[in-house]
Design a protein around this ligand. Structure first.
Ligand SMILES: [Zn+2]
Ligand SMILES: [Zn+2]
Length: 227
């Protein structure tokens, strides 16, 4: 009976349904987590580089943010998790992604605050939440730094940026983020997925224009090269 009760209360792994650890994944799925190995330290793009190196693209044309930490590659498993969070409202996935990020980056130079990538208000209203905000709140508790969203807005909805050239992406994103005073010199933008990095760059630029000196990116999943 006790065992039955324990089994009833032990929630299954979100990915494979085997008994899970307290973070919501089983030990096998944790072991098989698609870690982004040897990414570029500036843009986070998966590269076959020695650790702590910078990719050629960042050397020749540095982005408007200063560094990027990634929690995983965006592969079928993490894509499944992100979609369950965003479109099925399975909110327990936000702390799970934050846990897996923290597990890999427990001793990093901390920013003064975490800034969730804002959604346009219509999208937040339709979805009922901003997934980046939920993830940032979990990271805020784990790292003991505040989460800050005040005065940072997305002024319009934007079309998908995949497949667009850099010039086209810049045109789509021009003026899309509005930032009033942010009282920090060093922040990290938190997001669930990073593909081209154009949104992160656009927000980083808006933050820097408002006086922030250093902007890091903390992204839970990163698409592989040429995605
Ligand atoms: Zn599992
Ligand atoms: Zn790079």
């Amino acid at each position: 009976m006790v065992n039955q009760q324990q089994a009833m209360f032990q929630s299954p792994c979100i990915i494979c349904q085997n008994p899970a650890t307290k973070i919501g994944l089983c030990t096998t799925c944790i072991e098989q987590w698609p870690v982004n190995i040897s990414p570029c330290i500036v843009c986070g793009e998966p590269e076959t580089l020695a650790v702590n190196q910078i990719c050629g693209r960042c050397l020749s044309d540095p982005p408007d943010f200063d560094s990027c930490l990634t929690g995983a590659l965006y592969d079928p498993v993490t894509a499944f998790l992100v979609k369950r969070l965003k479109y099925n409202g399975q909110l327990s996935i936000a702390p799970l992604l934050a846990d897996m990020f923290h597990h890999q980056h427990s001793s990093v130079e901390l920013p003064e605050a975490l800034i969730p990538m804002p959604l346009h208000w219509v999208r937040t209203w339709r979805r009922g939440f901003n997934q980046a905000g939920l993830i940032a709140n979990s990271l805020s508790r784990q790292y003991g730094i505040p989460c800050w969203a005040k005065g940072i807005t997305r002024t319009r909805r934007t079309q998908a940026l995949e497949g667009k050239t850099k010039i086209e992406r810049q045109k789509i994103l021009r003026g899309v983020f509005k930032v009033t005073t942010v009282p920090f010199a060093h922040v990290a933008i938190v997001d669930d997925v990073m593909t081209t990095g154009a949104s992160a760059e656009s927000l980083a630029l808006a933050l820097k224009t408002s006086g922030v000196e250093r902007v890091d990116i903390w992204v839970m999943t990163r698409t592989p090269k040429n995605h």
